[in-house]
Design a protein around this ligand. Structure first.
Ligand SMILES: [Fe+2]
Ligand SMILES: [Fe+2]
Length: 238
């Protein structure tokens, strides 16, 4: 399947060559990976008819733009904000009209579950980005809570075997320190085995804001919004 052209996506935003360079200096290795390229094809539709890859790139540009006012803050890490954005929706299976997703119990549906799948896949495909302990903490917490105020599943040792992650085998093979970051992040503000917390770090907060901002523009009909909860999108069946 043909992937969506990057130039076409970038042309929707007024970015200078320098700005594009500044973004891709950080994210190019993520963008060129075959798993990311697969998500730029129609196999992975995200909101309505928009591909997942296009959604992620648009979020990353929006994250970059929203980050500008924090660049004078020495503690703010633009690179981490852009990486959180590139990783945040790297879930395993296309989710709309997915038979498997419909069988899961409500609180284990795609909306609640996909940030955890995204962390596991991001770690598996881009290990070098998780080598620094502080970076890993900020990235994991940002991905896990990017849907805030929408909650995310709690992963802890008592209930983990009930969680039907599409990439649970990969989770089991992750090093303990990265698994612990997932446990710690998802166990904050636990109510009904869902974590209602926001991320602790500014980089993730900016990215979560960018995700809401660009997602609102991307829904082309009401079916797309209902699909977020039900997993079924009538307009795509036609
Ligand atoms: Fe998401
Ligand atoms: Fe997203």
């Amino acid at each position: 399947m043909n992937a969506v052209d990057l130039k076409e996506i970038l042309s929707n935003y007024k970015l200078t060559e320098n700005e594009i360079d500044e973004i891709f200096k950080v994210v190019n290795h993520i963008y060129i990976h075959p798993e990311f390229q697969k998500r730029l094809t129609k196999e992975f539709l995200h909101h309505g008819n928009m591909t997942l890859g296009q959604h992620i790139i648009e979020d990353t540009i929006t994250t970059y733009k929203l980050s500008k006012k924090y660049l004078n803050n020495n503690n703010y890490r633009l690179d981490l904000a852009l990486k959180i954005s590139m990783f945040h929706d790297l879930y395993t299976m296309p989710w709309q009209n997915n038979e498997l997703a419909k069988e899961n119990r409500f609180t284990n549906k795609h909306g609640f579950r996909h940030p955890v799948e995204a962390v596991i896949n991001a770690y598996t495909w881009y290990k070098e980005d998780f080598e620094n302990t502080i970076d890993a903490k900020i990235i994991v917490d940002g991905i896990i809570h990017h849907m805030f105020p929408f909650p995310v599943i709690v992963m802890d040792n008592r209930i983990i075997n009930n969680r039907k992650l599409n990439n649970f085998e990969l989770f089991k093979s992750m090093p303990e320190d990265i698994q612990d970051l997932i446990f710690e992040s998802t166990s904050r503000c636990n109510f009904l085995n869902l974590s209602w917390s926001k991320t602790k770090y500014l980089e993730g907060k900016i990215m979560a804001k960018a995700d809401k901002k660009s997602s609102l523009k991307q829904f082309n009909n009401l079916y797309g919004i209902f699909a977020l909860v039900t997993g079924k999108n009538k307009s795509l069946r036609k």
